[in-house]
Design a protein around this ligand. Structure first.
Ligand code: NDP
Length: 502
């Protein structure tokens, strides 16, 4: 391979076989086994084989991690550094993430199945950018002085909450982690992070890089393990001040219960979605809309909380438009995730693959028309792949239109006019995102106002960056990741009222 050449699939395979995995909990600055000695297999969905044996943390390990986090917080190991020095550490961490981009990207791809083209170009750079952005923010946020009567000086200051429990999913392991770590650490908190059991490897390496960047011991702790044990222990811990969660709506509700039954910790939830991607007949560019509709559901194998899983198309253009979407979808067949040409990888695990295939059967039984895909692919590899799948003739009441499938399955629904589209779009328990394709700016604004979703895109899908908030309405949760607004959930407001006398 010449210096300038891009790595080939063989190069990535060679690198993958030479990888070493961090497989123990990271507590108080040290890797250590679970106190119980228990482990679980990290299974790569590429070929369905175990690649590492990882510490299975439970309540005892979570407690040790919280004690380390609290000790670091109480002695001011991190907050006491002051914002300017915290910024330097976070910028160094971002830099180390980029320097180790290929290793982190490989861990992500091997652990959860996404194409290496995306983990190198999107996940790792996006995660590093999030850490850097919040690092930059650390010394640029000012507190307030209230406009009181002159006899008083009232200071309104933001203080870190203390110990944050971060519980993240497997679809974007590093990115979701960084969206939480960035603001939580920039604000001066300590963190106990539980990655999903399907994807613990990149978080463990990240903890090591954070230590190398100068994050004091105990400020970031990582406890791999299962949701019912390690996750629940975080939710119920009496000395965690806030849980920041991304995952299913079902588990999000558990965290509300855990908080109510323990110490009333703050909870922020970024949960599921069933986002409507609405194409009106006056769409300015049907080819661009069709490309975006295909990427909106097939990107990351459809394992995306804001996937455009319901395609709502005005009836008079529906058949012609759907043909275009299908033509784009056909180009996105699953391939070897380690091949840089692959644009669709493996489902995260066998359970998720079966779950998605179950929804395909459900769709057929319910009377929807299967137009493309619907089957397992590449079964000879032993891995978990699914063809890009498109249903037409979907009624919004069907299960495949109401439940989050979290796979490459598109449900197409026809509508009559803009009001009908808004009605169908909002007819869901979720409210994470929505998109509108139209040439009429008035219609776009009116529909954007009427759609109950945390993000509404006009003439694009899944656009955005770290500068804008991300989160849901309704049962898609509450609290926001990204942007300055994310700081709110990791800080408390304090009023200090000073009597200045007459
Ligand atoms: P979960 O919501 O179960 O997982 C998210 C996180 O919560 C993981 O770290 C998980 O740990 C943890 N968790 C699971 N159960 C509990 C529990 N009882 N108490 C505390 N923590 C818990 O998602 P799944 O992995 O089960 O995926 C199921 C479905 O959820 C998907 O098909 C999809 O519909 C949806 N989902 C949505 C996501 C989103 O971003 N909106 C992300 C992931 C899933 P562990 O994995 O170790 O069990």
């Amino acid at each position: 391979m010449s210096a300038a050449a891009q790595p080939t699939v063989e190069d990535w395979k060679k690198r993958a076989s030479a990888l070493s995995f961090r497989n123990q909990a990271f507590i108080a600055g040290k890797f250590q086994p679970a106190q119980s000695g228990k482990t679980f297999d990290a299974i790569s969905p590429l070929e369905g084989k175990a690649v590492a044996s990882v510490a299975a943390c439970d309540a005892a390990d979570v407690d040790a991690a919280v004690k380390a986090a609290r000790a670091a917080f109480d002695k001011g190991a991190w907050t006491g550094m002051g914002p300017a020095r915290r910024k330097k550490v976070l910028l160094k961490l971002a830099d180390l993430m980029l320097k180790n981009r290929d290793e982190l990207a490989l861990l992500e791809t091997i652990d959860m199945g996404k194409p290496i083209a995306y983990s190198t170009a999107i996940d790792v750079p996006g995660a590093a950018a999030a850490i850097a952005w919040y690092g930059e923010l650390a010394d640029k946020v000012y507190d307030e002085i209230a406009p009181t009567d002159p006899t008083a000086l009232a200071l309104i200051s933001r203080e870190p909450l203390g110990v944050i429990g971060a519980v993240v999913p497997w679809n974007f392991p590093l990115l979701m982690t960084s969206w939480k770590l960035g603001p939580a650490l920039a604000a001066g908190n300590s963190v106990v992070l539980k990655p999903a059991e399907q994807s613990p490897l990149s978080a463990l390496r990240l903890a090591e890089l954070a230590a190398e960047a100068g994050l004091p011991e105990g400020v970031l702790n990582v406890v791999p393990g299962f949701g019912e044990t390690a996750g629940q222990a975080i939710g119920r811990h009496m000395d965690i001040d806030c849980v920041a969660f991304t995952g299913s709506t079902e588990v999000g509700k558990y965290f509300l219960r855990y908080a109510a039954e323990s110490n009333m910790k703050q909870v922020s939830l970024e949960c599921g979605g069933k986002s409507p991607n609405i194409v009106l007949a006056d769409c300015p560019d049907l080819d661009a809309a069709a490309r975006a509709a295909a990427m909106g559901i097939f990107f990351n194998q459809g394992e995306v909380c804001n996937a455009g899983s319901r395609l709502l198309v005005e009836d008079k253009i529906k058949d012609a438009f759907l043909e275009k979407v299908i033509a784009n979808g056909k180009k996105l067949q699953p391939g070897d995730p380690l091949d840089p040409a692959t644009r669709m990888g493996a489902m995260v695990d066998h359970v998720q693959m079966q779950r998605v295939l179950g929804y395909v059967e459900e769709g057929k039984k319910g009377g929807a028309v299967l137009k493309m895909g619907g089957k397992q692919a590449r079964s000879e590899t032993g891995g978990y792949y699914i063809e890009p799948t498109v249903f037409d003739g979907v009624d919004n009441k069907m299960k495949i239109a109401q439940e989050e499938i979290f796979g490459p399955v598109l449900s197409t629904i026809a509508f009559k006019d803009a009001a009908d589209a808004v009605r169908i779009g909002n007819d869901t328990i979720y409210g994470l995102a929505a998109a509108i394709w139209t040439s009429n700016v008035t219609v776009a604004h009116k529909m954007a106002r009427a759609l109950r979703a945390g993000t509404v895109w006009v003439n694009c899908y899944d656009a955005g960056d770290i500068t804008v908030p991300f989160g849901g309405y309704k049962q898609s949760g509450f609290g926001r990741d990204r942007s300055v607004h994310a700081l709110h959930k990791y800080t408390n407001l304090k009023t200090t009222w000073i009597n200045l006398g007459k």
